[in-house]
Design a protein around this ligand. Sequence first.
Ligand code: AHR
Length: 326
Amino acid sequence: MSQVKSVVTAIAMLGVVALSATACASSSSPGGSGGDDVITVGFAQTGSESGWRSANTESIKEAFSAENGFDLIFNAADNKPEAQIAAVRSFINQGVDAIVLAPIVSDGWDDVLKEAKDAGIPVILEDRTVSASEDLYASWIGLDFEQEGKTAGEWVAENFGSKPTNMVILEGTTGSSAATDRQTGFDAAVAGTDITVLDSQTGNFTRAEGKTVMEGFLQKFGSEINVLFAHNDDMGLGALDAIKAAGMKPGTDIQIVTIDAVKDGMTALANGEFNFIVECNPLLGEKTAEVVKSVVAGESVDKTYIVEDQSFTQEQAKEVLDSRPY
Ligand code: AHR
């Protein structure tokens, strides 16, 4: 269903930026005129940094299919915040019916969200959040990142809190709500324990950077490290390679706690190379599509929809591994 929109503002016109070659072009014409009942949606994805991200992209593409009444314009910004802002501006100038945004970082969204609002185009956040005022977006569908970090921290506190323990941390993308909130929850859970953080650095949610940063930690601290907390499975998997290359046994010499529960992470957990995983559910597509339909139809929606997560020990991972959908 196409929505009549206010004229795109002059400020938005100034911001016209061609989408990069990585963006898939829409088959619909500007103004969301893909057909009377078709909703044209621009989706600004972070990039393709992790297994979680691939599952999330698939979930969105599946839910926003032509069969479900959507024309999806997809852009992945390669984890560059400026490129993601440019993609959103391009969606505004194409006159889409709605924009779905998985913001790479929390800050810096005020201007372009205001441009979307002035153009009458609703923005629906999925996955991460922004620091901009709530009235600049219609709804957010995501996960409780702080609780994820807290659950990870509680496991570490329970298993290591009462003995002197050295920990290193692989943080997600600096400035992302996923990294900030997870660390806040984790810190609260391990506060007052006997755990010492030797070092904490970003690995940008990628396997390659997780490996490189862990190599540096191992060079500096070697066998002093008892525990690794990685903000996602992919960085933990990169670290796992670094630990093996250093002649140590992941899961035994260094215990590893991560977040996501994607297939490769769960396999490492079932094999005893990871010790605990907190899930971050990437299957947000269906709920997001439902909310977009309601918003475009002028129906009221909640400001926040939180999708529930679980957590897994090694034993639990063995039981559920084959039935995991991603
Ligand atoms: O925002 C969710 C996080 O982003 C996932 O934990 C991570 O794997 C992804 O890249």
